[in-house]
Design a protein around this ligand. Structure first.
Ligand code: PGA
Length: 251
């Protein structure tokens, strides 16, 4: 019922020519994939070039961030409308690196989400607890705050376009993955929150991705879980072979 989605977050990696090469290799090797939505998120400067490379493939383009204003005196920022214009269909919002390094708040993240939706982009809202929060039993509270804050003022109709990514901060780039059971537990909790905030239908229809050291050797176990609908992948999305294997996960 929920179409799986595998997204590659390239973060601050790849020159223009490297980005085009990786995108070209993915487009050539994943041209037959229709059962899974495949999304790649290069840096801003590579978006339009990568958009051209993947144009006639099933791959979709995402940006890694946006600013919640359409146009104006906002030096250095990029609006959702311009991302759409550059060929993006998705935008990653509220990644833990931005929450931690740039002090992004749930309120700011919520504004971005709303503006992204208004511009016709599909937001991928990232949430997740730190190790300290998990160890001090604050995980459920943190997830609740991030979901309620991030999705404030959204309607059930809006939610049809929203993707959630549960990314425990302690598992990002560390090689430590949450076990499939730990991830399933968090995903099921998040789905319960969505039911409380919206409706059962919304909760059942929303895709919840897992992120944090997803690799070819653990993707199948994660994807076998009932409430895990895909993955947001950092490190392993930078190598064509690894990412192709992730997209071709086995249930
Ligand atoms: P990772 O990154 O796969 O390298 O852990 C995931 C992410 O930050 O989205």
């Amino acid at each position: 019922m929920r179409k799986p989605l595998i997204a590659g977050n390239w973060k601050l990696h790849k020159t223009l020519s490297e980005a085009k090469e990786l995108a070209g290799s993915l487009a050539a090797n994943l041209s037959d994939v229709t059962e899974v939505d495949v999304v790649i998120a290069p840096v801003f400067t590579a978006l339009t070039s990568v958009a051209e490379v993947i144009q006639s493939s099933p791959l979709k383009l995402a940006a890694q961030n946006c600013y919640p204003v359409e146009t104006g005196a906002f030096t250095g920022e990029v609006s959702p409308a311009l991302l759409k214009d550059a060929g993006c269909e998705y935008v990653i919002i509220g990644h833990s690196e931005r929450r931690q390094l740039l002090d992004e708040t749930d309120h700011f993240i919520n504004l971005k989400l709303i503006k992204a939706l208004e511009a016709g982009l599909k937001p991928i809202l990232c949430i997740g607890e730190t190790l300290q929060e998990r160890e001090t039993d604050q995980m459920l509270e943190v997830l609740t705050t991030q979901i309620k804050g991030g999705l404030a003022n959204l309607s059930a109709t809006h939610m049809a376009e929203v993707v959630i990514a549960y990314e425990p901060v302690w598992a990002i780039g560390t090689g430590k993955t949450a076990s499939a059971e730990q991830a399933q537990e968090a995903h099921s909790f998040i789905r319960g929150l969505l039911q409380g905030l919206f409706t059962k239908e919304v909760a059942l229809a929303t895709r919840i991705l897992y992120g944090g050291s997803v690799k070819p050797n653990n993707v199948d176990g994660l994807m076998a879980m009932d409430d895990i609908d895909g993955a947001l992948v950092g490190g392993a999305s930078l190598k064509a072979d690894d990412f192709i294997r992730l997209v071709r996960f086995e249930k």
